[in-house]
Design a binder for this molecule. Structure first.
Ligand SMILES: NC(=O)C1=CN([C@@H]2O[C@H](COP(=O)(O)OP(=O)(O)OC[C@H]3O[C@@H](n4cnc5c(N)ncnc54)[C@H](O)[C@@H]3O)[C@@H](O)[C@H]2O)C=CC1
Ligand SMILES: O=C(CO)COP(=O)(O)O
Length: 332
């Protein structure tokens, strides 16, 4: 029987733990707060992050990372991008030496501009063949409800990707394998920034032509960055690129889109943060690191730059729109 440790009990960590358990994998979730671990263990529900979703009996929770990680075949990293390094520093000595390390986080580290798989390799010293990422159109609430969704599991070692695929394949969750870790990670981190832009546009009252234009031109700039950093462009035309962009840019369930919407309605960054109820909108921090990464490769990302100006340079959304439309014309 495959054993998975899911390190992080937020909305996606919990929903993905449910997928693993539904697929027949033994799951132990780690929660940062002892009271949340106890609540999940006693009530089979994560009342803070996924209220109303009943978790399978074979899913257990603990506050002790050593208990969670013991004998794990798959270690699922389900914490926010900017805390992953610190979390791994405290967990690395407890991780079984041959376990596959699977990242769910969609972001780029602020100080180093590293993707999550690079952070994992740097901290744990694990060979890259042991490090996998999972990314796709996977809004946690819908997945927890058992609504059909597909995803991508990318790992340089195809046998490990297939083992993870088996561990999370259910009647409603369809994982595809891939070896393009870079493409999946760039797609996942950048779509959050583009979703912020879509939320801002809808918040100021703009309609579907604008949203479709942002998604499509967003895909163009994400693909430019992906190719520059070594991704296969076809990955970005797949579930981890277009698929996730469409889900996140159009769904009211997306925290990034909702955050952008609040800014577009005239709220401050602090207001939008309060409205997020402590949940992470990764694009707010990743717009800075993605922008810096793009600059370091000489890649033009006008939408990402606009999101950065609104989030961190006090530019009004309508001024950002004007500035984007005022750029010189070009061919598609
Ligand atoms: N929610 C979703 O629909 C999806 C989220 N993701 C990605 O998964 C990652 C995790 O997201 P969610 O579970 O949705 O986030 P969340 O905001 O729902 O929960 C974050 C979790 O991390 C914990 N946390 C916060 N700071 C921490 C720290 N310093 N140390 C340890 N734990 C800490 C929180 O207690 C909470 O359990 C993010 O990178 C997100 O972009 C990916 C796919 C779907
Ligand atoms: O990554 C996600 C869906 O695939 C979730 O997006 P949000 O973090 O914007 O909610």
């Amino acid at each position: 029987m495959t054993k998975a440790a899911v390190m992080g009990s937020g909305s996606w960590g919990t929903a993905f733990a449910k997928v693993l358990a539904d697929a027949g994998t033994d799951v132990m979730m780690w929660a940062r707060r002892p009271e949340l671990a106890q609540c999940i263990e006693q009530t089979n529900e994560n009342k803070d992050y996924l209220p109303g979703s009943i978790l399978p009996e074979r899913l257990h929770a603990t506050h002790d990372p050593e208990v969670a990680l013991a004998n794990a075949d798959i270690v699922v990293l389900a914490v926010p991008s900017q805390t992953l390094r610190g979390n791994l520093e405290s967990w690395k000595s407890m991780i079984p030496p041959d376990a596959t390390l699977l990242s769910l986080a969609k972001g780029v580290e602020s100080e180093t501009l590293l993707r999550m798989s690079q952070v994992i390799a740097q901290v744990t010293k694990a060979d890259p063949s042991r490090i996998a990422v999972l990314s796709g159109p996977n809004l946690a609430r819908e997945v927890a409800e058992g609504q059909p969704a597909a995803t991508v599991i990318a790992c340089p070692d195809s046998a490990r990707a297939i083992a993870v695929q088996k561990a999370c394949h259910t009647g409603y969750f369809r994982p595809y394998t891939n070896t393009d870790v870079i493409g999946c990670e760039i797609g996942g981190a950048c779509k959050n920034v583009i979703a912020l832009a879509c939320g801002m546009a809808s918040g100021v009252g703009l309609g579907d032509n604008t949203i479709a234009s942002i998604i499509t031109r967003g895909l163009a700039e994400v693909t430019r960055l992906g190719v520059a950093t070594g991704a296969n462009p076809s990955t970005l035309a797949g579930l981890a690129g277009v698929g996730d962009l469409v889900a996140t840019c159009t769904s009211p369930l997306s925290r990034n889109r909702s955050f952008g919407h609040a800014l577009g309605r005239g709220g401050s960054l602090a207001d939008a943060q309060r409205a997020a109820h402590g949940q992470v909108a990764e694009g707010v921090k990743s717009c800075t690191s993605v922008r810096a990464l793009a600059n370091s490769y000489g890649v033009d990302m006008p939408l990402t730059n606009a999101v950065h100006r609104v989030c961190h340079e006090d530019q009004a959304v309508l001024d950002a729109v004007q500035q984007l439309l005022g750029r010189s014309t070009k061919s598609e």
